[in-house]
Design a protein around this ligand. Structure first.
Ligand code: PML
Length: 263
C-alpha cells in the first residue's frame, strides 16, 4: 500500500512552497527529509512553519497515463497571454472566464490552493476562496522518474518543478468536469507556466510571468452545470498514480499549436 506525503511551508500568513507524492513505506524517511530540505531553501523565502503530513492511503490509486508535454516558443509576456487566451477559447473557455482567471493569477494575494472558475460564465466556484482547492493524493511510479528526467533534460528548466507539475496536471486533466487548467508559478524567478487539458496535453508557456513578481496561481476551469463538490472530492481525495509516460515534444510555434487543437 502507498503513502501520501504532503509538505506545505509558510511564513506567517504567506505561502512559501508545497510538494507531494505517493511513496512505498520504505521510502518514507528519506522522502520526508528531502521535503524538509526543499522547504527550507525556496526562492520565495525562508519559512517559519513547515507542515509535513504522512498518511497511508486507504484505497489503491487509480492508474493513469501522464499528459504529453509540449512547449510553445512564446517570446514575451504579451505573446504568452495571447496564446493562453486563444488556446482556452479553442477549448470553449470564454473570454469572461479567461479574464477571471487572469485576475486571480495576477493578484498579489497568492492563494494557497487553486481557484475553480466556470468555463462559460466565468463565475468563481471554489468553496473557500482563501484556501482554494488542492489537487492532492497524486504521484508517479518511482521507476518512471529516470526516463522522465532524462527527456526533460533538453529544456532549460528545473526538471523537478516540471515533472511535479506534469504529474499534478495529469491528475487534474483526468478529472471529470474539468475542461482546462492554467498555472503560473508563484516562484519569482520561474517565468514559464502551462495550459493543460485532456484535449491539448500539457503545454508549457514561457514568459507568462515577468521576473521578480511574487504572484502566481492555478485555475481549474469546470463545465457550467457540474457539481463542484464532485470535482473537489476527486481532486482532493481520490488517489491517482501515473503508471505510463507520454511523449515529450520539441518546441513548437504557438500559432501552429492553436491550429492543431481539436474542438
Ligand atoms: C509550480 O508548481 O510552481 C508551477 C510550475 C510550473 C511549471 C511549468 C513548466 O516549466 O513546465
Amino acid at each position: 500500500m502507498y503513502w501520501n506525503i504532503r509538505m506545505r511551508a509558510s511564513e506567517g500568513e504567506m505561502h512559501i512552497s508545497g510538494a507531494e507524492g505517493l511513496y512505498p513505506g520504505d521510502e518514507l524517511q528519506d522522502t520526508v527529509a528531502a521535503y524538509v530540505q526543499r522547504a527550507l531553501h525556496h526562492d520565495r523565502g525562508e519559512p517559519d512553519r513547515v507542515v509535513v503530513t504522512v498518511e497511508r492511503l486507504e484505497e489503491e490509486p487509480q492508474l493513469i497515463e501522464m499528459q504529453p508535454v509540449y512547449t510553445v516558443n512564446t517570446r514575451d509576456y504579451s505573446e504568452a497571454w495571447r496564446f493562453v487566451e486563444e488556446g482556452l477559447n479553442c477549448l470553449d473557455v470564454s473570454g469572461k472566464a479567461f479574464n477571471t482567471a487572469r485576475s486571480i493569477i495576477e493578484s498579489p494575494d497568492v492563494m494557497r490552493g487553486a481557484a475553480i472558475v466556470r468555463a462559460v460564465s466565468g463565475v468563481r466556484a471554489e468553496p473557500d476562496r482563501v484556501r482554494g482547492v488542492r489537487a492532492t493524493r497524486l504521484g508517479i511510479m518511482p521507476a518512471l522518474l529516470p526516463a522522465l528526467y532524462e527527456s526533460l533534460n533538453r529544456f532549460d528548466a528545473d526538471r523537478t518543478v516540471v515533472s511535479e507539475a506534469v504529474v499534478l496536471a495529469s491528475k487534474v486533466a483526468s478529472s471529470p468536469h474539468i475542461v482546462a487548467e492554467l498555472c503560473v508559478s508563484d516562484d519569482p524567478f520561474y517565468t514559464t507556466g502551462y495550459l493543460s487539458s485532456e484535449n491539448t496535453g500539457y503545454v508549457r508557456v514561457p514568459h507568462i510571468k515577468e521576473k521578480d513578481m511574487m504572484n502566481g496561481g492555478r485555475v481549474f476551469f469546470v463545465t457550467e452545470e457540474c457539481a463542484v463538490g464532485d470535482v473537489v472530492r476527486y481532486l482532493e481525495e481520490t488517489p491517482v498514480m501515473i503508471t505510463k509516460l507520454s511523449d515529450i515534444h520539441d518546441i513548437i510555434n504557438p500559432d501552429e499549436f492553436i491550429c492543431s487543437i481539436n474542438r
